[in-house]
Write a protein that binds this ligand. Structure first.
Ligand SMILES: C[C@H](O)[C@H](C)C(=O)SCCNC(=O)CCNC(=O)[C@H](O)C(C)(C)COP(=O)([O-])OP(=O)([O-])OC[C@H]1O[C@@H](n2cnc3c(N)ncnc32)[C@H](O)[C@@H]1OP(=O)([O-])[O-]
Length: 719
């Protein structure tokens, strides 16, 4: 839909009308095509302005149409008609001009932007490339290197930077539409040919091939198997080597290939899943639409350890005033210095002033009496956390929201020591808390809808992808991680090496394999949890054989590694060797290989060849199977929640959609068949027992993800 009006006598004003982001749906494309034809034919019209309704120019092609057969006028000829016209066309950009929206503007002869506007070609983040001339016109407008960077990253650009790059001609703090209409009158009669980008050549520095080759190498290294960034470089290379029409041909061919790819489907699924998890609902009928968040202007963080410091920085960066509490002066001082340094570092990067004025430090909990929301981030010990919650319940104002950053302890047990269990909720941040986008919002059985709304709203203010999860051991992310970790250890027992397992997972697209991640986060963390769980150390049942705990197979390998003082990067050796304590570069360690060989001999295990396929199937299918159990237990609202948790919190490659989406792509019958096979081979590993939900879905013909809820016997019952 596009509205047509004639303004200022001779200017045709074409307004895109498709809320909320004026996406270029079939109806909008038809509207634009008809309006442009009318303007070009009307002798009274001397120039044209294109703008968007509601302060948004255009969010690009309508992504919802991608899953359906294409209808309506295609984008490329629609934009060419604008460019080839004999009347100047000015794009008035307010809000955003993304993807096809910016390509539409690049087909116009001039671009005027509001100072708060953002532009960009984010198609690569959807597994695609700019396929309405963006890969051919943008390099011609701003040059090769900047165009390559914008197209291969999909980065959003501010109006100021767009002006500097030459993407837009003018930036205004006033109405871009009004300035565009005035400008459209001023340029009547000006030569148009030099403004028609398709007629221009791409400005090329002498070392053009080096730039393209380096870009390709950089993109391949960063992409970890994602195809779209590579195709983007190939398309932009055509803008250098080929005339416009041939370049457009190349762009269309590459787009056709990407459009059909499973990676594009995965990335578009992530786009909508990321928005879907924000629309939460509870079994009580309360949901994000009918639950009002409480106002939070003053927050507090208890405990300035690694997590507490990151959370404090995230809150201050979001503009909240924060009281930071640490029990003793020495730790408080240390925390203060580190938080200030983190804020200064971040502000420097943003060329901003660190908001240290928003912070107040104290050892005295009573200073929290006027705080709206408190996040407890003390050591992961139930007794210590209960003590803190008991005190908070007495010093804080009656309607203060009490949040715990526990990564898996029982939220209800913590709430039970307070006088306000309905105001207690889990806010599980991921390290580093001021960087990682994921936030698990854990609903206790008494957490009120209002408190859920408050935690979710705060998550959004902190720029997090917040996912509502149920209160169970390990919540969702860590709960699913256990079978994944167990399988990785079992594979070592049976003949694999850390680098073989990690290699397969990194080939799959994870930034780091499981053993490198363990070394990064510190092997002693898991060791302490296993000791507390009675799986190793003094509380082990002496009757339990070494490789069997609590009635199931257990691998003591990680314990043996820790007992040798191998705690990971921090000790300079773990599953890998590092050049020094705190070193980051992992090299395979012959001592670990020796440890594994001796271990297998000691336990009479004949090592065997293990391939990447088996690594992926055992590690990922075990994790996925636990995902189905999470859904069955009602601990997550749907597969989207699980997938966003793994994409934003555990490095699951976005172009694989997330564990549950991946299972659907692989085919549920295949996942079930492989789990049944491995369960037969390893009957002492209960987590390989296929979940009944998975069986039910396969029996019912493997319905699409958005239909899985229909097969849940108690949909999100624990939420
Ligand atoms: C040929 C051409 O080369 C190619 C092929 C293309 O052009 S491919 C397309 C390229 N374009 C993009 O990648 C931009 C994608 N959008 C965004 O980045 C953001 O949306 C936004 C524009 C910065 C606004 O953010 P927001 O935070 O203010 O609101 P929101 O919650 O995100 O969005 C508000 C609502 O609008 C929906 N929406 C947003 N953009 C959409 C789009 N392009 N198509 C369809 N729906 C869209 C979104 O799902 C949500 O719906 P619902 O959940 O309310 O039902």
């Amino acid at each position: 839909m596009a509205r047509y009006a004639q303004v200022q006598g001779s200017v045709a004003l074409i307004t895109l009308t498709n809320p909320p982001v004026n996406a270029l749906s079939a109806a909008v494309r038809l509207g634009i095509t008809e309006a442009v034809t009318r303007a070009l034919r009307d002798p009274k019209v001397k120039s044209v302005v294109i703008c968007g309704e509601n302060g948004v120019f255009c969010g690009g092609a309508d992504i919802r149409e991608f899953a359906k057969p294409m209808t309506g006028p295609p984008l490329v000829p629609m934009i060419s008609a604008i460019e080839e016209g004999d009347k100047p066309v000015v794009a008035a950009i307010e809000g955003v001009a993304f993807g096809g929206g910016l390509e539409l503007a690049l087909g116009c002869h001039y671009r005027i932007a509001h100072s708060k506007a953002r532009v960009g070609l984010p198609e690569v983040t959807l597994g695609l490339l700019p396929a309405a001339g963006g890969t051919q016109r943008l390099p011609r407008l701003i040059g090769l290197a900047p165009a390559l960077e914008l197209i291969t990253t999909g980065r959003h650009v501010t109006a100021q930077e767009a002006l500097k790059l030459g993407i837009v001609d003018k930036v205004t703090d006033q109405s871009a539409q009004d300035l565009a209409i005035q400008f459209a009158q001023e340029v009547i009669g000006q030569p148009l040919l030099p403004r028609k980008l398709s007629t221009q050549l791409t400005p090329c520095p002498p070392d053009v091939d080096t730039i393209l080759d380096e870009a390709m190498a950089r993109v391949k290294q960063r992409a970890r198997g994602a195809m779209a960034p590579v195709a983007c470089v190939q398309a932009v290379r055509a803008a250098v080597n080929l005339p416009y029409q041939a370049g457009m041909q190349k762009e269309q061919e590459l787009m056709a290939f990407l459009f059909r790819s499973s990676q594009a489907r995965a990335l578009q699924y992530c786009f909508f899943a990321q928005r879907a998890v924000g629309k939460w609902s509870l079994s009580s009928g309360a949901h994000s639409g009918n639950s009002k968040p409480r106002p939070v202007t003053k927050a507090a963080v208890i405990g300035l350890g690694t997590m507490g410091r990151g959370i404090t920085v995230a809150l201050v960066k979001a503009g909240l005033s924060v009281v930071a509490v640490e029990t003793n002066k020495k730790q408080l001082e240390m925390g203060k210095q580190m938080v200030s340094a983190m804020l200064k570092h971040d502000a420097q990067k943003m060329n901003a002033v660190p908001r240290l004025d928003l912070l107040h430090y104290t050892t005295d909990l009573s200073e929290l009496k006027n705080t709206d929301l408190i996040i407890e981030a003390v050591f992961e010990d139930m007794a210590l956390k209960k003590e803190v919650f008991k005190k908070l319940s007495s010093v804080c104002k009656p309607d203060a929201v009490l949040c715990t950053n526990t990564s898996g302890l029982d939220v209800d047990e913590l709430a039970s020591v307070t006088k306000r269990p309905e105001l207690v909720v889990g806010m599980h941040f991921f390290a580093p808390a001021h960087v990682m986008k994921l936030l698990e919002v854990v609903r206790g059985s008494r957490s009120s809808p209002e408190v859920m709304a408050t935690a979710m709203h705060l998550g959004k203010r902190l720029g997090k992808v917040s996912v509502v999860v149920g209160n169970c051991s390990g919540f969702v992310g860590n709960r699913m991680l256990r079978p994944y970790l167990d399988q990785a250890n079992f594979l070592l027992e049976e003949g694999a090496t850390p680098e073989l397992v990690d290699g397969a997972l990194e080939e799959f697209g994870f930034p780091m394999g499981v053993f490198k991640v363990s070394d990064l986060s510190g092997l002693d963390v898991g060791w302490r949890i296993r000791k507390e769980a009675g799986l190793t150390g003094p509380n082990v049942d002496p009757k339990d054989p070494l490789r069997r705990r609590q009635g199931r197979r257990y691998s003591p390998l990680p314990d043996l590694v820790c007992e040798q003082g191998r705690l990971g990067q921090k000790s300079g050796r773990g599953w890998y060797l590092y050049d020094k304590p705190g070193g980051r570069v992992a090299t395979p360690d012959p001592d670990i290989h020796k440890l594994l060989e001796d271990y297998r001999v000691r336990h009479g295990i004949r090592p065997r060849q293990i391939g990447s396929q088996e690594v992926l199937e055992r590690c990922l299918f075990a994790l996925i199977n636990e995902g189905f159990r999470v859904l069955e237990d009602g601990m997550a609202m749907g597969p989207e929640g699980i997938d966003m948790i793994y994409v934003f919190g555990y490095g699951w490659p976005r172009h694989r959609g997330g564990p549950m989406f991946y299972a659907a792509m692989v085919g549920l019958p295949r996942v079930l068949e492989r789990l049944e096979y491995y369960q037969q081979v390893h009957p002492d590993v209960p987590h390989l027992q296929p979940s009944s939900l998975l069986r039910r879905l396969v029996v019912n013909g493997s319905p699409p993800l958005d239909k899985w809820r229909d097969f849940l016997q108690r949909p999100h019952s624990q939420l």
